[in-house]
Design a protein around this ligand. Structure first.
Ligand SMILES: [Zn+2]
Length: 112
């Protein structure tokens, strides 16, 4: 994952959302980021802070919500938080199927 490209995409989604709402200023941009999305949060923040300077998001804060890695058992249907890549259900020995943790999406854009 290239953090600068991601920051650019996040920024253009935010600017587009502001435009649609006839807003001049963006205050906060929320991002949902799975723990398995393979993104360096610090690198992403740095890229965002550089790129935002000449956009309506110049003062915007990037709010990142980390999403834990979860898996669902194909035997009993329970959902577990995956701690260390154990792919078998602790309750019934069924196989766990990855459900969450790869999210990479803009959650909200606060603008005015
Ligand atoms: Zn199970």
């Amino acid at each position: 994952m290239h953090e600068a490209t991601l920051a650019e995409n996040v920024l253009s989604i935010a600017v587009e959302a502001a435009r649609q709402n006839h807003a001049d200023k963006i205050f906060r941009v929320g991002l949902r980021l799975g723990d398995m999305a393979g993104v360096e949060v610090e690198a992403l923040r740095m890229a965002f802070d550089v790129l935002k300077k000449f956009s309506p998001a110049a003062d915007a804060e990037l709010v990142i919500e980390r999403v834990p890695v979860t898996a669902e058992c194909n035997g009993c249907g329970k959902i577990f938080r995956l701690e260390r890549y154990n792919f078998f259900c602790p309750e019934c020995d069924g196989v766990l199927v990855l459900r969450g943790g790869r999210e990479l999406q803009v959650d909200f854009v606060d603008c005015e």
